[in-house]
Write a new protein. Structure first.
Length: 135
């Protein structure tokens, strides 16, 4: 075998613009609102299920409540992370580079190639357009 093709991860970063900051902030706020709604629904469901269980088997109420409490804790952790992301985004200045979802590229390797020059790479995007490739 004289050559081999491999996938190499490439970092993608977005240059923060007013429009991107606004879009990201709106997305975070929608997610916070969705979590709040889901938490309210969970509380309502819990009251209903506990009342039903109280009629059937009083001993099963404690595990049921513990299950709902665990779900509430998970939801609160998600909300806390979203709030932290919002606060971090508010502090970022326009022009800052923020990491996005990485991508892969196909690289053809040959015997004797320098792996240090092949690995890595970065794409910089501004308002949806590629503005730079970096090694």
């Amino acid at each position: 075998m004289e050559e081999m093709q491999i996938l190499v991860p490439v970092a993608v970063k977005s240059k923060l613009t007013e429009s991107l900051k606004t879009a990201l902030m709106n997305e975070i706020m929608q997610n916070i609102s969705r979590v709040d709604h889901d938490m309210s629904q969970l509380i309502s469901d819990e009251k209903e299920k506990v009342a039903e269980q109280a009629k059937l088997n009083v001993q099963a109420i404690a595990p049921l409540r513990a299950q709902y409490e665990a779900q509430r804790v998970r939801m609160q952790q998600v909300k806390d992370k979203l709030i932290a992301d919002k606060e971090h985004l508010e502090k970022l200045t326009i022009g800052a580079e923020i990491p996005r979802t990485p991508m892969n590229r196909i690289v053809t390797l040959h015997i004797g190639d320098d792996m240090n020059t092949i690995m890595g790479g970065e794409i910089l995007v501004e308002d949806g357009k590629i503005i730079a490739f970096r090694d």
